[in-house]
Design a protein around this ligand. Structure first.
Ligand code: FAD
Length: 465
């Protein structure tokens, strides 16, 4: 009997039906929302409890079988794909909101809760969970924690990392750990909660999270700012920051992406618009109105082509729906697409945008950009139609990453490294830092079974992790 069969027998003994080996079902777990080559896992385990997760990892660890944790599979770097085979461990079945505490301002959730569902549940009680990845209708809180997800509202409120107080975690050998706290303050021991956020399922499996909430801002206003020139974006962001008003988000869309929004979502564009900023402010009554007027006026004075205010919820939702769909809209517009989510200091945004334009022209491909401009976090897309152009695409990606690191930026702002960017990690991190992280992984996953082939570049003569 193979090691996999022995492990599956032990897992099945915990709950009959948790293990699935039906090829038709497994095929649905072969890819995520990235361009990583699909791989059908050898088996699927659908966990419903922490005890089942622990039993799965104990059995897999004892028999040396790889395990890839998976939630909704909306990840953009192949994180949930079992690139080296083995078991996919699905957390979709753990989807209970265990508690929402109004005075303590926290929510306790299972990892498979869909992010948008937590938003609805807390907002119905006048509370607010700010992290809002654009995939919020389908992605899960466990996936957000493992990927270190961000979203448009990060500009004012921060990312997922800033909202995780505590975690229940099962390590690679099946040990259950309670990390962190339920209080807003607490400095007891090492901050292992922070270590787990963004660890991409390589150190442990999150089975419960305690998340920080806020009071819900009473009103929201959206400014649509059209610019004649992409490079004006940096100046507009600097203006928004220096005006002493903190928008909750500052999103940008470049000319190519803007054209697709116009065509597919009916967004009206003024003549000559080459870029758009979507700025959202929250607050209350006259104070919010004053902020909108002040910021809108300053952007007008700074030479914006047009500044529109969308105050009705329906109007705002139509714009956001078009923005949230941009990634999929772009995918349909060319035969091949790759997308990167690099970050540079805000003060270097204009340089980054110029670089993308230059790389696209030199390599004969299209490189539309959009994203969380307020954070310097841009989704740089590479679109091409002919397979033979792939070497130019790869050389554009390498040149982009090298320039981003040189500008003091980072390869990934929110999607993580996964399988797609693992070969480039050494561009940003030293050999010593990578070796230190490998040693940390050994502590939490001594047998190296958790999510192999992710984050770290392959070592010659070794497995990828
Ligand atoms: C249209 C679109 C828009 C997007 N917009 C954004 C955005 O604005 N911001 C952003 O940050 N991302 C965005 N994403 C990327 C993606 O939605 C996020 O990375 C999200 O956090 C993934 O969640 P998921 O539930 O789908 O996780 P999966 O894709 O299933 O998994 C992601 C990673 O987490 C690990 N994992 C999953 N669950 C657990 C667990 N319980 N314990 C340990 N590890 C686990 C997996 O192994 C994998 O490495 C977008 C994706 C799409 C398709």
């Amino acid at each position: 009997m193979s090691a996999l069969s022995r492990a599956l027998l032990e897992i099945d003994a915990v709950r009959s039906g948790a293990v699935i080996t039906d090829r038709d079902v497994l095929e649905g777990y072969a890819s995520d929302e990235s361009e990583v080559t699909p791989r059908v896992p050898d088996a699927l385990v659908r966990a419903r409890t922490t005890a089942e997760v622990a039993a799965t990892l104990r059995a897999a660890s004892a028999h040396g079988v790889f395990v890839t944790p998976r939630a909704s599979g909306t990840g953009r770097v192949g994180g949930a794909v079992a690139v080296q085979g083995g078991i996919v461990l699905s957390l979709e079945g753990m989807h209970e909101i265990r508690g929402i505490e109004r005075v303590d301002l926290l929510a306790v959730v299972e990892p498979g809760v869909v992010t948008g569902q937590l938003h609805e549940a807390v907002e119905a009680r006048g509370l607010f969970y700010p992290p809002d990845p654009n995939s919020l209708a389908t992605c899960t809180l466990g996936g957000n924690i493992a990927a270190g997800a961000g979203g448009p509202r990060a500009f004012k409120y921060g990312v997922t990392r800033d909202h995780v107080l505590g975690l229940e975690l099962v390590t690679g050998d099946g040990t259950i750990l309670k990390l962190g706290k339920r209080t807003p303050k607490g400095v007891t021991g090492y901050d292992l909660t922070a270590l787990m956020v963004g660890s991409e399922g390589t150190l442990g499996v999150v089975t419960e999270a305690t998340l920080r909430l806020r009071s819900k801002p009473p009103e929201v206003a959206t400014l649509l700012v059209f610019l004649a020139d992409l490079e004006q974006i940096q100046a507009a962001i600097a203006l928004a920051i220096s005006s002493n008003i903190t928008p909750r988000c500052v999103e940008m869309v470049d000319a190519i992406a803007l054209e697709l929004m116009r065509r597919d979502a009916g967004v009206a564009l003024p003549e000559g618009a080459r870029a758009m900023l979507l700025i959202e402010l929250d607050g209350q009554g006259a104070a919010l109105e004053r902020d909108v007027e002040r910021l809108g006026g300053a952007l007008d004075d700074a030479g914006a082509l047009e500044v529109l205010v969308a105050q009705k919820a329906g109007e705002r939702e139509r714009l956001w729906a078009a923005r949230r769909e941009l990634s999929r809209t772009l995918r349909k517009s060319a035969n091949f697409k790759l997308s990167e989510d690099v970050v540079v200091p805000r003060s270097r945004m204009a340089e980054l945008l110029q670089l993308c334009g230059r790389l696209a022209e030199e390599r004969g491909i299209q490189m539309p950009t959009y994203g969380h401009a307020g954070d310097g976090n841009l989704h740089v897309n590479l679109l091409w139609d002919d397979e033979s152009q792939r070497p130019q695409v790869d050389s554009a990606i390498r040149a982009l990453f090298e320039a981003v690191v040189e500008m003091g930026g980072t390869l990934s702002g929110e999607h993580g490294i996964g399988a797609l960017k693992a070969p480039y990690l050494e561009l940003e991190q030293s050999a010593e830092l990578i070796a230190t992280q490998r040693r940390v992984k050994q502590v939490f996953d001594p047998k190296g079974i958790l999510n192999p082939g992710k984050i770290f570049p392959a070592r010659r003569g070794h497995g990828a992790c």
